[in-house]
Design a protein around this ligand. Structure first.
Ligand code: DAH
Length: 363
């Protein structure tokens, strides 16, 4: 018998029966509810059951208040009300219990599928390694940050003005020839050195300045063990009142001792750069033979590393600093070379080929 039919009969029965008859009718309903509950196969079905019987408006038992209680003869109202509440409470409790059973069942099923086999080998996640060039950049920055320097950056596509002009290398100046430039278009080029960051920084900041600027630079060089069209430099400079060549020597001597070890000596040889006056090449005592002379230092005992000097006052003209008030030093050099010496790497190409067997050695 369909439930709706049973409900209708129950209603009609209420009109005629006595209390015992009414109880019998409700028993039939109870049996029907329990049978439906037992047949539920999923949480979804459980929800449908709830809506059908206990739903807030249309639920069969919810509607019973209006459908059954009101038309019941006054003498039976109490009994009908009590039985109705009982059936409702029971239906709720049974549904709750059945839902728990269904949940537990699906949990068991899930565990059966997803059983964890702790004897299986784990999934190996490859751990990355820092690139040796990045390791050196990080360490150089750390040393200079400890001396109160800050880090600045500039664009790799640079204008002729910043790369050459404002560094005291006007058009047609022969010093430009030493840097085999890759021109992009018009007045733009791939920066040949990190020195343009000096100009950019001085344009936007006032002394006192202590800055390093690491980054990529580009030159039209043919690749071999010591040349690459792209490599890395670090620029450093300080501008303040009363900065002297002694400050430059002390700073670089301290840097190289911290980077390569206390035993390292520095040597400054006179040189020329358009943006420094006076200028110097900075050598360190050979870290392989401690200066005795070996293949690495071409028997000289020294290894050439940085260019440096006192910032040429001509640069202050471009950035509108008062050259009578301020002085400064600057230095620059190759990061790849610092790394190659540190790790005994003989071919710069290894740094840029992305061979993991090589790169994974540096962590
Ligand atoms: N910019 C120069 C180069 O790439 C290196 C250099 C030399 C930088 C002397 C400096 C300096 O700041 O003072 O060859």
């Amino acid at each position: 018998m369909k439930v709706e039919e049973q409900v209708r009969q129950t209603l009609e029965g209420l009109g005629v029966g006595d209390e015992a008859g009414v109880a019998g009718l409700f028993d039939g309903l109870r049996t029907q509810i329990e049978r439906e509950l037992a047949g539920l196969a999923s949480a979804d079905a459980g929800e449908q059951f709830r809506i059908r019987w206990l739903g807030r408006k249309q639920g069969l038992l919810t509607a019973a208040n209006d459908n059954w209680l009101k038309p019941a003869p006054p003498a039976l109202k109490r009994a009908v009300g009590r039985l109705l509440n009982e059936v409702k409470r029971q239906a709720e409790q049974s549904l709750e219990a059945r839902r728990r059973e269904l949940d537990a069942g699906s949990e068991t099923a899930r565990l059966a599928v997803q059983r964890l086999d702790v004897t299986l080998p784990g999934l190996r996640r490859p751990i990355g390694a820092r690139h040796p060039v990045q390791i050196v950049i990080d360490e150089v920055q750390e040393i200079f940050l400890s001396m109160g320097y800050s880090v600045e950056e500039g664009p790799e596509i640079e204008s002729d003005y910043y790369n050459f002009e404002a560094l005291n290398m006007p058009r047609e100046h022969p010093a430009r020839d030493t840097q085999a430039t890759l021109y992009v278009a018009g007045d733009y080029l791939l920066r040949t050195h990190t020195s343009p960051v000096q100009i950019r920084t001085m344009e936007k900041m006032q002394p006192p300045l202590r800055v390093i600027a690491p980054g990529r630079v580009y030159r039209r060089d043919n690749p071999d063990a010591t040349h690459s069209f792209m490599f890395h430099q670090v620029e450093g400079f300080a501008v303040d009142t009363n900065i002297t060549f002694c400050d430059l020597k002390g700073t670089l001597d301290y840097f190289f001792k911290r980077f390569y070890g206390e035993q390292v000596q520095t040597r400054f040889r006179p040189s020329f750069f358009p943006f420094t006056e006076p200028s110097a090449e900075v050598d360190i005592s050979c870290i392989f033979c401690s200066g005795a002379g070996c293949r690495k230092c071409k028997q000289s005992g020294w290894i050439e590393l940085f260019g440096a000097g006192m910032i040429d006052p001509a640069l202050y003209g471009f950035v509108k600093y008062d050259e009578r008030k301020y002085s400064g030093f600057a230095f620059g050099g190759g990061i790849d070379r610092l790394a190659m010496l540190r790790y005994g790497i003989e071919d710069i190409q290894l740094l840029f080929q992305g061979d993991l067997r090589f790169l994974q050695q540096f962590r």
